[in-house]
Design a protein around this ligand. Structure first.
Ligand code: NAP
Length: 259
């Protein structure tokens, strides 16, 4: 089994470790992790049973596949530090947003992969976006896709599409949660119901809808609920009319486009 290294055990690095171990995709003793603040990596090791590396060099030296989970501004410095350990036999998986394959390949000799994971992998759902560098082999492809498919769905994409697709996957849970809060708030304003009750019911509906959509698609699900001439149909018509304007604005803002 491939030895997995995790550099940076913050929010995403910690989530990947918990999900790899929790899903059974990787045995805890096949994962070694390092983090700038030692207490954080020790706490994760105590929680999950993985091994703690003394430092980044030990982790990179002992692993076949290294997940680099530091902030984008720290990527270049860490790769510089690991120039000797990250030899051409190693696979480097960078999860840093906005750090291009071209730059990663210039900063390391390892075979490079870019992955944008999503917090939804904590519950083994959702999608990870994957783009492979030129040096990655077919075996690397299989290894990385198998790891990510164990904690959700791995979707191979063109690197140029990652920025827009990230809005649907990695940012998606925040957008969906904000929408659900607005739906509950509208029920309070327009229907006079209690805020806590509205939130509870919207949350239950969201979880139930996720279960239904797994075996269906959006159109079929809407058709099953919205009987012709009924209240659901009226509500859906308002979403159809006003939704595009709101979502276009949301996407433009997130992509940094001018109004
Ligand atoms: N958050 C998301 O939803 C999300 C989604 C997709 C991709 N990403 C990407 O994931 C990466 C990590 O994001 P995050 O939200 O997990 O950030 P985070 O919680 O700040 O985690 C970063 C971790 O890296 C550690 N670190 C910093 N410099 C280091 C070094 N030189 N050596 C070893 N460890 C070092 C930090 O240690 P300390 O304990 O000392 O701070 C921290 O634990 C980012 O590049 C981001 O673009 C995030």
């Amino acid at each position: 089994m491939a030895q997995i290294g995790i550099i940076g055990t913050g929010s995403m690095g910690g989530m990947l470790v918990r999900s790899f171990v929790g899903s059974g995709a990787v045995r805890p003793d096949a994962i070694v992790a390092s983090n700038r603040t030692a207490a954080k990596r020790r706490a994760l090791a105590a929680e999950t049973g993985i091994r703690c590396g003394r430092d980044n060099r030990e982790v990179a030296g002992g692993a076949d596949v290294v997940f680099l989970c530091v902030r984008p501004s720290e990527v270049r410095g860490v790769l510089c530090e690991l120039r000797d350990e990250l030899s051409p036999e190693k696979v480097l998986v960078s999860i840093a947003a906005g750090v291009l394959l071209e730059d990663l390949q210039a900063w390391t000799e390892a075979r490079v992969v870019r992955v944008i994971p999503a917090l939804t992998s904590e519950v083994l759902k959702g999608a990870s976006l994957v783009a492979f560098g030129e040096r990655a082999t077919e075996e690397d492809r299989e290894t990385v896709l198998a790891l990510l498919n164990a904690i959700g769905r791995a979707v191979e994409v063109e690197e140029r599409d990652i920025e827009a697709l990230t809005l649907l996957t990695s940012c998606g849970p925040a957008f969906v949660a904000a929408l659900m809060e607005e739906m509950a708030a509208a029920a309070v304003r327009q229907g006079g119901v209690r805020p806590d009750l509205a939130k509870l019911l919207v949350k239950e509906t969201l979880m139930g809808t996720a279960g239904l959509i797994e075996e269906s698609d959006f159109g079929r699900l809407i058709a099953r609920v919205a009987t012709p001439g009924g209240v659901t149909e009226k509500g859906v018509a308002v979403i159809r009319e006003r939704g595009p304007g709101m979502f276009d604005g949301m996407m433009r803002a997130a992509l940094g486009k001018k109004e």
